[in-house]
Design a protein around this ligand. Structure first.
Ligand SMILES: Cc1ncc(COP(=O)(O)O)c(C=O)c1O
Length: 390
C-alpha cells in the first residue's frame, strides 16, 4: 500500500466546492459580520432541506441547544431528560440554564436514548401536576423538556417519544447536530419536534468552521431564538434590550462557507452511505465485530461509522489500529460518570455501559479513499488473526 496517507484521519472536512468564491465575495463587499445575504441564504437552504418553516443561524451547536432550552421555557431548578451516551454539549446546555439533567439509558442498536425507558420513567417516577406540568416524584422538580440526540446520524425512535411527551406536556428539543439529512420514517431529523439543533463544526457532515442552526415550525419560537441570539435588542436603531441576550449569531463569512457546503450536502450523504455499505460488506465475515447499521424505519446519514466488538475489550483493537496509522476514536465517556455530573439522577443505565465498553469509531471522511477503507478492514482482520493464534 504505497500511496496510503501517513495517518488515515477519523473525519476531515470536504472543502471542494464554491467556498473560496463565496468567502471572497464577503471580503470584497465588506459583508463579513452577522448580517448579510449568505446568512439569509444559508438559513433558507437549511430550512428547506430539513422541511422546517424557520431556521436561525447561530455560532455553534451548543448555543443552538442553549437558546432552544431557554426559548421553550426551561427555568432554573427544572429538569431535562438526556442520554448519558452523547457528546457533552446538550448536558452542559441544561446546566447553563441552571436546570438539572436526568440521565436515561440508551438503546443497544441505535445507541440513542431508550424510548421505552423514558416511558417507564415517566409512568413510574413522575406525577402530573394540577398546573399541567409533570413533576419528578423523587426530586419534586418540574420535568420541562427532553433532548433526544440522534447519535452518529442514526435517528432516535421518535414516535413513542412524541406520544409520551405530548401526554406529559414535555417539550422535545432534538439534538440533530450529528444527523443532518437523516430521516425518521421519511421525515428529516430536526423537523420532528418543537425545535431541531444543528452543528457545523469541523468534523460534521457539512462545516462552516464553527456554526450552528435552530430549526422550528413555530414562528414565535423562531422569533424568540433570533431575539435571544442578537443580545435581545428590541429596537433596530436604539440600544434598547428587554432581557439578557447572547451574542450567538453566525457571521456572513461562515454562512458563505455553509452555502457552498449545502450545495454538496446530498452528494456527501450519498458518499457516506455508500462507504458505510462497503465497510459493512467487507467486515461482515469477521465474527468478533459488528458494524452498526440502520433500523428499517431509519435512513441514517452515517456521519460516523461505529464498530462494536462482541467478546473482546475494544481498547486492544483500537490500540492496534492506532499503531497501524489508522485514527480511531473511543465513544464518549458516559456523562453521568464525569465528576461534575456524578450526583445527578440516573434511570436504569446498563446498556450504555456495554456500548461504552464495546464501541468505537473508524475513519469516515467524505473524501476517504477506497484503498484506505480496504487497508482499514485488512488491519482489523490481521488483528483477529494474530489474536486467534495466541
Ligand atoms: C451530539 C452533539 N451535540 C452538540 C454538539 C455541539 O456542537 P458544537 O461543537 O457546534 O457546539 C456536538 C458536536 O460538537 C454533538 O456531537
Amino acid at each position: 500500500m504505497s500511496n496510503i496517507k501517513k495517518v488515515i484521519p477519523l473525519s476531515e472536512p470536504e472543502i471542494s466546492g464554491n467556498e473560496w468564491k463565496y468567502v471572497k465575495e464577503c471580503l470584497d463587499t465588506g459583508w463579513v459580520s452577522s448580517v448579510g445575504n449568505y446568512v439569509n441564504l444559508f438559513e433558507s437552504m437549511l430550512a428547506e432541506h430539513v422541511g422546517a418553516k424557520y431556521a436561525v443561524a447561530v455560532v455553534n451547536g451548543t448555543s443552538a441547544l442553549h437558546v432552544s432550552l431557554i426559548a421553550c421555557g426551561v427555568k432554573a431548578e427544572d429538569e431535562v431528560i438526556v442520554p448519558p451516551l452523547t457528546f457533552i454539549a446538550p448536558v452542559n446546555a441544561v446546566r447553563y440554564c441552571n436546570a438539572y439533567p436526568v440521565f436515561i439509558d440508551c438503546d443497544l442498536e441505535t445507541l440513542c436514548i431508550d424510548t421505552q425507558k423514558v416511558i417507564d420513567f415517566l409512568r413510574n417516577e413522575s406525577t402530573f401536576g394540577k398546573d399541567g406540568f409533570t413533576y419528578n416524584k423523587k426530586t419534586k422538580r418540574r420535568i420541562k423538556a427532553i433532548i433526544p440526540v440522534h447519535i452518529f446520524g442514526h435517528p432516535v425512535d421518535m414516535d413513542p417519544l412524541l406520544e409520551i411527551c405530548k401526554e406529559y406536556n414535555i417539550d422535545i428539543i432534538e439534538d440533530a447536530t450529528e444527523s443532518l439529512g437523516s430521516e425518521y420514517k421519511g421525515k428529516k431529523t430536526g423537523s420532528l419536534s418543537k425545535a431541531g439543533c444543528f452543528s457545523f463544526n469541523g468534523n460534521k457532515l457539512i462545516t462552516t468552521g464553527g456554526g450552528g442552526m435552530v430549526v422550528t415550525d413555530d414562528e414565535s419560537f423562531a422569533k424568540k431564538i433570533r431575539h435571544l441570539t442578537t443580545q435581545a435588542k428590541k429596537d433596530p436603531f436604539e440600544y434598547d434590550h428587554d432581557e439578557i441576550g447572547y451574542n450567538y449569531r453566525l457571521t456572513n463569512i461562515q454562512a458563505a462557507i455553509g452555502v457552498a457546503q449545502m450545495e454538496k450536502l446530498n452528494e456527501f450523504i450519498e458518499i457516506k452511505r455508500k462507504n458505510a455499505a462497503i465497510y459493512k460488506k467487507l467486515l461482515s465475515n469477521i465474527n468478533e465485530i459488528e458494524f452498526l447499521w440502520e433500523k428499517s424505519w431509519a435512513k441514517s446519514n452515517f456521519w460516523f461509522y461505529t464498530i462494536k466488538t462482541k467478546s473482546i475489550n475494544k481498547n486492544q483493537l483500537m490500540q492496534y489500529l492506532l499503531s497501524k496509522d489508522i485514527q480511531v476514536r473511543p465513544i464518549w465517556k458516559l456523562i453521568h460518570t464525569l465528576p461534575m455530573y456524578k450526583n445527578f439522577q440516573t434511570y436504569k443505565i446498563d446498556k450504555a455501559i456495554e456500548v461504552y465498553d464495546r464501541c468505537f469509531n473508524i475513519p469516515c471522511s467524505v473524501g476517504i479513499k477506497q484503498e484506505n477503507i480496504k487497508y482499514i478492514v485488512k488491519q482489523i482482520k490481521n488483528y483477529f488473526e494474530k489474536h486467534e493464534k495466541k
